[in-house]
Design a binder for this molecule. Structure first.
Ligand SMILES: Nc1nc2c(ncn2[C@@H]2O[C@H](COP(=O)(O)OP(=O)(O)OP(=O)(O)O)[C@@H](O)[C@H]2O)c(=O)[nH]1
Ligand SMILES: [Mg+2]
Length: 300
């Protein structure tokens, strides 16, 4: 397979404002939950490589944090910077926009997309939410009047509509090249990273109304044994009040989060898991570059 003539391989960055479905698309293509997803904006916080393998080629996707206009904490700045640097030195940029929904942040995202290298595809996602598809034509025309893209696709990442079509087009667009990664490789991130993300996903899903973005998760111990893996994790928050919410009355809330996260982790690592969670306070970490670095928010 490796030295077959005509094999294609390259990098594809997936960009767009928060919540447009970037991570959902990548998970759909890979048929695996590599990137956590929620209905809350700014779910993805790190650039994540997700590698799609196929007999005809290899697509190295870069999932990125949503491009936003939020107030300028160190975390917010870092998220946009991560997206901006992902746009450089890729072969193709997929710019996701939600069907019929154009916000200020989409304009900001477009500027970052246009500043990047490579070919640019405008991807209109969530078309399943639009009944009258013809309404999308003027919507897209309005974008194309101001910005120039090489191609336009209409997809539903969630319902898997036109995703195959997009993937085969991407394979065509990539340069001829031997594979960039070993076929056994699906991501540049460690298992520990995915485990911490699966815990953060459950926290985001459960506490999205009570808590702002000020929580993160670190893995303190990861010890696989023959029949079970022991995992100790710390949930970092900024305030005592947030800690109380997460723990819940008599520890009920954190217990439920633990049960759900454990099931997701067991699915991901294919092993039984003994999960222990702690909640600790690190004040104002979202606005402190040193604390961010300590919690793993440096570029890999
Ligand atoms: N109806 C519909 N919902 C979708 C589609 N794609 C994604 N979603 C939903 O949109 C929400 C956001 O999806 P994500 O994949 O987390 O979005 P994202 O762009 O990665 O968001 P950030 O990481 O916050 O930038 C989730 O609730 C998804 O289920 C789609 O094609 N149709
Ligand atoms: Mg995401």
């Amino acid at each position: 397979m490796v030295d077959k003539k005509g094999f294609k391989a390259g990098y594809v960055a997936v960009l767009g404002r928060p919540n447009v479905g970037k991570s959902t698309l990548i998970n759909q293509v890979l048929q695996q939950k590599l990137s956590i997803v929620s209905h809350k904006p700014q779910t993805t916080r790190h650039q994540i490589l997700a590698i799609y393998h196929n007999p005809k080629g290899q697509i190295v996707f870069l999932d990125t944090p949503g491009i936003h206009n939020q107030k300028k904490t160190a975390l917010n700045k870092q998220l946009n910077q991560t997206a901006r640097s992902s746009a450089q030195e890729v072969d193709v940029i997929l710019h996701l926009v939600e069907a019929g929904q154009w916000h200020d942040e989409d304009r900001r995202a477009t500027e970052i997309v246009m500043s990047g290298g490579g070919q640019k595809i405008l991807v209109i996602n969530k078309v399943d939410l639009v009944d009258e598809k013809s309404e999308l034509l003027p919507f897209v025309d309005n974008i194309l009047i101001n910005f120039s893209y090489d191609e336009v696709f209409y997809i539903s990442a969630l319902k898997n509509k036109q995703v195959d079509h997009l993937v085969s087009r991407l394979l065509n667009m990539l340069p001829e090249s031997p594979p960039l990664y070993d076929p056994s490789f699906i991501s540049d991130r460690s298992t520990r990273f995915f485990v911490s993300e699966l815990i953060r996903e459950q926290l985001t899903l459960r506490f999205h109304q009570e808590l702002p973005y000020s929580l993160t998760v670190t893995i303190d111990a990861y010890e696989p044994e023959e029949s079970i893996t022991h995992i100790h994790a710390t949930i970092w928050v900024e305030r005592e009040q947030q800690k109380r919410i997460i723990i819940g009355r008599g520890g009920a809330a954190i217990k439920q989060v633990g049960v759900k996260a454990r099931a997701e982790i067991e699915d991901f690592i294919q092993s039984r898991v003994n999960l222990k969670l702690w909640v600790k306070i690190k004040s104002a970490w979202t606005d402190d570059q040193q604390a961010l670095d300590g919690l793993g928010y440096k570029e890999p």
